[in-house]
Ligand binder design. Structure first.
Ligand code: PGA
Length: 263
């Protein structure tokens, strides 16, 4: 039994039109209906209305991939927390490394978005993690310290957010961190959260691992005591793979009658 209820979230990134997204969640729903962990899919903004409808009555929660920090106003191309909430969105990924790398996201903007999301009653899934260069240069802890101190500044109860530890070098590369590496680094993040915030909240905050987690390696990763779930990119695009990860502690989806089109 895990100390904290695990949370497995799919991050579709810029994949799936609304129609494709609905087909995917319709395939996933029956496969994860008995899941013991919390299940989330974080979908492209324009897919939200259709996927929200398809998820009604299921045990899968809806998430977005970004949110702006202002309530409303002259921010062409951006989406506010209220717009997400109107469709029943509960979670929002903030500070994914792809946004940091390609869209100028910084620890400061991560902080603003996180506080705005929390203020609106959304659960932020805040992504942190080091690049390969930083790991090889022995800077992992410094980078995480900065991302925690600045990115999470001013949060009164850290247990209200989810943290996703995603080593940048493991994202979409097929190179997973070893279970020990992931466990040790997540342990470090929890220790840092206890120092910066409060020990009790740090015990409660769920910290996911993300980076090439898949149907084959999920069980070993999830067996590590510090790992409270996964943020799943590529493997969340295939119903069977995603459901296998979600059901990691129930023997996967073996024995389930799969619809023909999924075989
Ligand atoms: P991946 O992506 O599972 O495809 O490595 C994870 C993520 O970027 O959240």
């Amino acid at each position: 039994m895990k100390q904290r209820t695990p949370i497995i979230a799919g991050n579709w990134k810029m994949n799936n039109t609304a129609k494709e997204g609905v087909a995917l969640v319709n395939a996933v729903k029956p496969l994860v209906a008995d899941a013991k962990c919390k299940v989330v899919v974080c979908v492209p903004a324009i897919d939200i209305p259709a996927v929200a409808e398809a998820l009604k009555g299921s045990n899968i929660a809806l998430g977005a991939q970004n949110v702006h920090f202002a309530e409303k106003g002259a921010y062409t191309g951006e989406i506010s927390a209220a717009m997400l909430k109107e469709y029943g969105v509960k979670y929002v990924i903030i500070g994914h490394s792809e946004r940091r790398q390609y869209f100028g996201e910084t620890d400061e903007t991560v902080n603003k978005r996180t506080l705005a999301a929390l203020g609106a009653g959304l659960v932020p899934i805040v992504c942190i993690g080091e690049t390969l260069e930083e790991r090889e240069g022995g800077k992992t802890e410094n980078v995480l310290d900065r991302q925690i101190e600045t990115g999470l500044k001013g949060i009164d109860d850290i247990s209200k957010i989810v943290i996703a530890y995603e080593p940048v070098w493991a994202i979409g590369t097929g190179k997973t961190a070893t279970c020990e590496q992931a466990n040790e680094t997540i342990g470090y993040i929890r220790k840092k959260c206890a120092e910066v915030f409060c020990p009790k909240c740090a015990e409660k905050v769920r910290i996911q691992y993300g980076g090439s987690m898949n149907a084959g390696n999920c069980k070993q990763l999830m067996a590590m005591p510090e790992i409270d779930g996964g943020l799943i990119g590529g493997a969340s695009l295939k119903a069977v793979d995603f459901a296998t990860i979600v059901c990691y502690d129930q023997g996967g989806i073996q024995g389930m009658k799969l619809p023909k089109e999924l075989l």
